[in-house]
Ligand binder design. Structure first.
Ligand SMILES: Nc1ncnc2c1ncn2[C@@H]1O[C@H](COP(=O)(O)OP(=O)(O)OP(=O)(O)O)[C@@H](O)[C@H]1O
Length: 714
């Protein structure tokens, strides 16, 4: 049986423009791949020239002078800009894969599909169905592939090849050169920076199956820490936009991550894949006009996130706001007519009882005015009311024309904004009256205090504001107050929630999405699921999470809320089983805590050994210095919410001297990773969170290379 040639060692990366030695088989391979890559870039240039010509054509159309010309120009220029943006984004490492099939066909895989003049493919787009084999072929299920090659480039220059020989006994294998020791290992051992990178060249089979899951229904992806869930979620967004662009670009794709630190960390991945149209939001930004980053302490977060708060919010919207007038007194044709508080409350409850979408008082003001008139009419003397046909129209007109009536309606039925209502609940007497049996007196005190002292909203307040936004309803356009350009946003306006803050309109106007991707889904509270359920009420879904990392005290409650949000769509389930982030030594250390928290759970396997077991310290400064010394890349110090300010202050000098050092809470560490992590006070981390050891497990699984655990006073 023919044997593959011995593996030549990797030629050293060459400097741009230098020629590798063609006598060296590995260098000759590099040269051959470079020729193909050059050809692809040539064609890309030609495409770019076409896009520019198209853009110029758009500008020319505007010269026709009629309105249609301008519209056409805008459309063409926009299309051309999107096209150019995509072409530019794919510049780096455009061709990254090659397949040699047993029938001697060769296929290149690229970040974009590129064809030659004869329309023959020079590279197949990684998201196209034909490219799936690059990721899914294995020695057991080869799909005709003999050799899979990963091509690494710096800019336009091929620097490294890594091959997998899937069919060593195939006759073709004897003719093929096989190089390198694995693109995946090279990718995993690279030093980490402050932003996440795409993994398009090294997506693994089980990950690829999840990326390519159908665009319909709900795809549920589970897997332990570092199994690539976030990476898969982001590549899936690119995959869906490529394969069903019209549906998902016009309907919108929303990606939700746990925090702003997290969204900042992953926000480069999609642009690097040529996608700019998906909206990326953190849980603190799910409502237009609000940008929350702070968290409440766990006990408060549990009350704000649980469904018990819902009836309280509903009552707050149905009840007369504090300070509204308690009676209406007018004269009509010499008669005094008046409504007292009970009568007014009755009118309010009749008006708010009828809406299909909930009470929605902001929509109902005009109807409320009509019902007040009706109630006043009922109080007129009988002889006037007997002339209903002639008198009633006059009565209505007369009262509606009076400024005192208009002023009363505006004061008695003000347009309310969600933040106003929540601030009103900062008064323990108001909240206590609305709490009924749904909140304990301790909870009332804790909630009221949090809203009284808060300067800015917390992440946990956002679903409450969103719920109130829904319950209050939008102010009809003709009733909105004209926008005051000098008003400080968020302070003066009471018009509509979406209109309120022009700085936060990055994706406003979209009330629903065609696809919603939720990362770190295990942490979502039932109230957060309600917000997402509304945004995704017409959407298909990708939900990514790990129940073992859940921070919610009752994961089952959160799971049920998720099921409700997803509705009865078909579920597609995927489980990822390999931990690509942590070294085996680090993961072994962390996994003990996961097993203690959830003994029956199946944990992933970490396969990369570094020879560096985690180290334990008693002094934070020493641990941080050791971490900075041991890795070139990022160092994350993970602490409790309670200790965060003090720890950040104590490390301020070091952080200033080393910008690669960051201090963050265990909540903000979700989804992130560092070359070295310093986990401070594991007992306190476990004690602070209702999720206990699960939260500690999250903190311990952030490091790629080195882990330092600091137990003060141990
Ligand atoms: N196929 C792959 N090729 C190269 N790198 C990979 C691959 N899969 C995952 N990684 C890397 O492993 C790390 C962990 O991936 P990711 O953050 O997506 O994991 P996760 O499952 O979301 O983790 P967590 O649950 O802890 O948030 C990242 O640096 C990612 O780039």
């Amino acid at each position: 049986m023919p044997q593959p040639q011995p593996q030549p060692s990797q030629p050293r990366p060459r400097a741009a423009g230098a020629s590798p030695d063609p006598a060296d088989p590995a260098a000759a391979e590099l040269l051959r791949e470079q020729e193909h890559v050059d050809l692809v870039y040539e064609r890309l240039e030609a495409t770019r020239a076409r896009a520019r010509a198209y853009e110029a054509e758009g500008h020319r159309r505007a010269q026709f002078g009629h309105e249609g010309g301008l519209v056409e120009r805008d459309s063409i220029v926009y299309q051309a800009a999107v096209w150019l943006q995509r072409l530019d984004a794919e510049e780096e490492g455009l061709v990254f894969g090659r397949l040699d099939f047993a029938d001697r066909e060769v296929q290149y895989i690229g970040r974009l599909g590129v064809r030659d003049e004869e329309y023959e493919p020079l590279a197949v787009d990684w998201r196209a169905p034909a490219a799936a084999v690059f990721y899914q072929a294995t020695p057991v299920d080869r799909r005709g592939v003999v050799r899979r090659r990963t091509i690494k480039s710096a800019g336009r220059h091929v620097t490294r090849l890594d091959d997998d020989l899937l069919a060593p006994e195939d006759p073709l294998a004897a003719e093929l050169t096989v190089i390198g020791d694995g693109a995946l290992m090279a990718a995993l051992t690279r030093k980490r920076g402050t932003v996440m990178h795409d993994i398009v060249a090294t997506i693994q089979r089980e990950q690829d199956l999840a990326v390519r899951s159908p665009g319909e229904g709900a795809t549920l992806i589970t897997g332990g820490p570092g199994t690539g869930k976030t990476a898969v979620a982001l590549h899936r967004a690119a995959y869906l936009l490529f394969n069903e662009r019209r549906r998902f670009e016009s309907g919108g794709v929303l990606i939700v991550g746990p925090s702003r630190v997290f969204t900042a960390y992953v926000e480069q991945v999609l642009p690097s894949l040529g996608e700019h149209t998906a909206a990326l939001r953190s849980l603190g930004e799910l409502l237009d006009g609000v940008q929350a980053a702070r968290h409440d302490r766990a006990s408060l977060a549990a009350v704000k996130g649980g469904l018990g708060i819902l009836p309280v919010l509903e009552r707050a919207v149905r009840t007369a706001p504090p300070g509204v007038p308690e009676q209406l007194r007018l004269t009509y044709q010499g008669n005094i007519v008046q409504l007292d508080r009970r009568a007014l409350d009755r009118v309010r409850s009749v008006v708010l009882g009828r809406g299909q979408q909930g009470p929605q008082p902001n929509v109902q003001r005009a109807h409320a005015a009509t019902m007040v008139l009706e109630a006043l009419w009922e109080r007129l003397p009988r002889e006037l009311r007997d002339r209903r046909r002639t008198e009633r129209a006059h009565f209505d007109r007369d009262l509606r024309d009076r400024t005192e009536f208009e002023a009363f309606i505006e004061r008695w039925w003000p347009h309310r904004a969600p933040d106003q209502v929540l601030r009103e609940l900062a008064d323990p007497a108001v909240l206590g009256a609305l709490a009924g049996r749904d909140l304990t007196s301790d909870q009332v005190a804790e909630l009221a205090a949090s809203w009284a002292e808060e300067v800015t909203w917390t992440v946990e307040d956002v679903p409450l504001l969103a719920e109130l936004d829904q319950l209050l309803g939008p102010v009809p356009v003709n009733e909105r107050e004209p926008e005051d350009p000098f008003a400080d946003s968020g302070v003066l306006e009471v018009s509509s929630w979406v209109d309120r803050n022009p700085t936060a309109k990055k994706d406003s106007g979209r009330e629903t999405y065609a696809h919603v991707i939720v990362d770190e889904a295990q942490d979502l509270s039932p109230m957060q699921w309600r917000v997402l359920g509304r945004l995704g009420r017409r959407a298909s879904w990708t939900v990514v999470g790990d129940p073992v990392q859940s921070a919610w005290p009752d994961p089952e409650e959160s799971r049920q809320a998720m099921e409700l949000a997803l509705g009865d769509q078909k579920r597609h389930r995927h489980e990822l089983r390999t931990n690509y982030r942590n070294s085996a030594e680090i993961y072994e250390y962390a996994a003990r805590f996961a097993r203690r928290a959830m003994p029956d759970v199946q944990l992933p396997e970490a396969v990369r050994k570094t020879g560096f077991p985690p180290e334990e310290f008693t002094d934070l400064g020493q641990a941080v210095d050791a971490a900075l010394e041991s890795v070139e890349g990022t160092v994350g110090v993970i602490t409790t919410l309670a200790a965060f300010d003090a720890v950040a202050a104590s490390l301020a000098d070091r952080a200033e001297a080393h910008p690669r050092l960051v201090v963050l809470t265990d909540l903000d560490a979700k989804g992130l990773e560092y070359d070295a992590a310093v986990v401070l006070d594991p007992d306190a981390i476990a004690a602070e969170s209702p999720a206990g050891l699960r939260t500690l497990y999250v903190a311990l699984t952030r490091a790629t290379q080195r882990l330092y655990v600091v137990a003060p006073g141990a």
